[in-house]
Ligand binder design. Structure first.
Ligand code: GUN
Length: 285
């Protein structure tokens, strides 16, 4: 049995479906899904993410609009641009790449994005909808993780699911999605006591703390599904996850690699949200 969960393979399937749907939206209804991506500053990792998002949009036939703003952009200038994009009928989704420079209030920026165009699902209105299980958009990384877990054929219902990390982007919504599927969910973080014992009891372990090789083999149950959301760059320049892959892999039932695991899925889910936004706008969903 193949225990490696390939985000590349699963995401290629998702993108092929999105491309087909995009073609039919264009041919049948004259609708061209459009995504605006805003980046402020020159953080190299963010620039890579934004370039990958744009390229993925073009591959499936979306219109991608990139707004690269200088590090010195004021909050007001950024809010003004979002105001314009909120009204632009060609733009169905708006994504502001995080993190933003320190002088900009991230939450104020998120709040300014029209909830109907909030393809990250970071707006409080969309976060609230996820809490009650009645949502239009799911946050991209947790939604991608759910697809990867489902690709294994493992049932989530009734399982011990442990999420390591409690960020608004990954950990918190991840826990909600697992809970909705009837997982028994524990969220761990930097103040958690007995982290090792809790992780070692997980049937499904999702790790998103941003610490290279943090999860070692002694923290993993034999046969567990291990999903590694971390992308860390070591001093050598090599990328590695939050899970010590080489020692955990023999013990895991299924495991995601880094890179090539969660990363490609996150972008596929962004595309999925953008096409959904275009359909909702045109009353097709
Ligand atoms: N920075 C890291 N992950 C994300 C994400 O999913 N969306 C945005 N907008 N910024 C990010």
């Amino acid at each position: 049995m193949e225990k490696l969960i390939s985000g590349k393979v699963v995401s290629a399937k998702v993108r092929a479906e999105i491309k087909k749907e995009t073609d039919s939206l264009r041919e049948d209804y004259g609708i061209h899904p459009g995504l605006a991506v805003i980046i402020v500053g020159t953080d190299p990792a963010s620039q890579v993410y934004v370039r990958n998002k744009q390229r993925a949009c073009e591959e499936v036939g979306f219109n991608a609009y990139e707004y690269a703003m200088s590090e010195n952009t004021t909050q007001e200038q950024l809010l003004d641009l979002i105001g314009v994009l909120n009204k632009d009928a060609k733009v169905h989704g708006i994504l502001v790449q995080l993190p933003l420079p320190d002088h900009i209030d991230e939450q104020a920026v998120i709040n300014a994005i029209s909830p109907e165009k909030d393809v990250d699902a970071f707006h409080p209105q969309n976060v609230g909808k996820i809490m009650i299980g009645n949502y239009d958009f799911l946050p991209c990384t947790p939604a991608g993780v759910m697809e990867l877990i489902d690709s294994t054929g493992i049932e989530i219902s009734g399982k011990n699911c442990v999420v390591v990390g409690r960020s608004n982007i990954v950990g918190k919504p991840m826990a909600m999605l697992l809970l909705q599927r009837n997982g028994t969910v524990t969220i761990c973080h930097s103040k958690t006591k007995n982290l090792k014992e809790i992780c070692a009891n997980a049937d499904i372990l999702v790790v998103a703390i941003g610490r290279p090789n943090f999860i070692t083999a002694d923290m993993v149950k034999e046969g567990a599904v291990v999903i590694d959301v971390g992308i860390n760059r070591l001093e050598s320049g090599k990328l590695c996850g939050d899970v010590a892959f080489d020692e955990v892999e023999p013990k895991a039932g299924f495991i995601t690699p880094v890179p090539g695991g969660v990363g490609p899925m996150t972008i596929s889910m962004l595309l999925k949200n953008t096409i959904k936004a275009a359909k909702i706008k045109n009353k097709l969903s």
